[in-house]
Design a protein around this ligand. Structure first.
Ligand SMILES: *Cc1c(COP(=O)(O)O)cnc(C)c1O
Length: 406
């Protein structure tokens, strides 16, 4: 039987301090001890259940971490102040000076910049590879390689990583497989397919209300303890701690994630099929035309569908920009980066976030100037949305029946 992540979250039972249906929020940076001995033991990491200082852990952050670990089926999790605040400590914990990372070439821009521009200062080098080409991945491994890094579904072309195969390669060569699952929460469970560490930017679908940044690292208890170590833990020492009030609010939003993901996926699938029928180049893992379609199907927790991210090609950057502005005027969504909001968000990744990839390769991948990345919202009547979007496309001259051309 497939892993059931939403049931795992639902099965956690919390009582607030006064019997509230939500856990009480811990509104303290520091914690008292009844005895000096317990304080010492806590510092040494030998006092289970005792809190020391909120940069290390707090009850609210632990509640959220516990729920996210349940969702990913890992032993433990550590929440962070942002997605990048989860990613960078993980890489710095796993790598020392002289070490090497193999990363997918299509990853979040911030992660790419960290690996490309920042990590080399610490003498940590990265080879960027086409993660769908398993031979190239394996050929890039050196004696110094420690980490294999990818996104389960990646930005912007929604490339799908073969997690069972990558896990096999990682195990064979003694590497840690680290997977950013931000685009596909619930739908894909990398931990169940052999990922050692699963990361999310909570900023996106998981929180879902575009009101905060947040992140999480899910892994073994041992690794989470290492990250939090007061002596040499990257999370503890670099200090990307989430605030307790935010942790409490994200936990409440997590309660509705399964309903939201189903609706995001339903709406995105509907639009993807329609756009493709209309003759637009459409990239969506739910379409048979998507190169990762069968692979995604083989890995997915079926009830959550193919996700809320969808890419269409408007033909040129000018048309893409005109379309996004018109759709915003018609209140079909916002011209904004980020994803996972109740409303559709769109941006043109084109030459920006992927500019590091050589032009030849961009072409080969289908990364053209006119592509629009959409995070499809929770619209109640997606047919109505489609018809309104189609009118916009006709007006811009992207679809036939156009009134004006850009
Ligand atoms: C947004 C994002 C991040 C970074 O998360 P922040 O919360 O903005 O720090 C990392 N990975 C992916 C795939 C993202 O979309």
């Amino acid at each position: 039987m497939k892993f059931k992540p939403a049931d795992k979250i639902q099965d956690l039972q919390y009582f607030g301090e006064f019997g509230g249906v939500n856990p009480s929020i811990s509104d303290s940076s520091t914690y008292t001890f009844l005895s000096a001995k317990t304080m010492f033991d806590t510092f040494e990491g030998n006092a289970e259940g005792c809190y020391l200082y909120s940069r290390h852990s707090s009850p609210s952050n632990l509640y959220l971490g516990e729920a996210l670990a349940a969702m990913e089926g890992t032993e433990a999790a550590n929440v962070a102040a942002s997605g990048m605040g989860a990613i960078t400590p993980v890489l710095l914990q796993l790598c020392q000076a002289g070490d090497h990372i193999i990363s997918s070439r299509t990853i979040y821009g911030g992660t790419y910049a960290f690996l490309k521009n920042f990590a080399p200062r610490l003498n940590i080098s990265t080879s960027f590879v086409d993660i769908t080409n398993l031979e190239k991945v394996e050929a890039a491994i050196t004696k110094n390689t420690k980490v294999l890094y990818c996104e389960a579904v990646s930005n912007p072309l929604l490339e799908v990583a073969d997690l069972p195969a990558l896990s096999k390669i990682a195990k064979k060569h003694g590497l840690k497989l680290v997977v950013d699952n931000t685009f596909s929460p619930l739908a894909i469970s990398p931990g169940a397919m052999g990922a050692d560490v699963v990361i999310h930017s909570l900023t996106k679908f998981i929180n879902g209300s575009s009101d905060t940044v947040g992140g999480v690292t899910c892994g073994t208890q041992e690794f989470i303890n290492e990250l939090r170590s007061v002596n040499d833990g990257a999370s503890m020492l670099l200090g990307p701690t989430m605030d307790s009030l935010r942790a409490a609010s994200i936990l409440k939003n997590l309660r509705t994630l399964h309903i939201r993901i189903k609706q995001h996926s339903h709406n995105a699938m509907y639009l993807a099929e329609k756009f493709e029928q209309d003759g637009l180049r459409t990239v969506y893992p739910g379409l048979k035309s998507h190169p990762g379609h069968e692979l995604y199907k083989s890995m997915m927790n079926e009830e959550y569908g193919f996700g809320g991210m969808l890419v269409v090609d408007a033909g040129s950057l000018d048309k893409a920009n005109a379309l996004m502005e018109l759709m915003q005027d018609r209140n079909l969504g916002y011209l904004a980066v980020s994803l996972g909001f109740y409303k559709t968000l769109f941006s043109a990744p084109g030459t920006s976030t992927s500019s590091e990839i050589p032009e030849e390769e961009q072409k080969e991948m289908g990364l053209t100037d006119g592509i629009i990345r959409m995070s499809i919202g929770l619209d109640n009547d997606i047919e109505r949305t489609y018809n309104m979007m189609k009118d916009c496309m006709k007006e811009i001259g992207i679809l036939e029946g156009s009134r004006s051309k850009v």
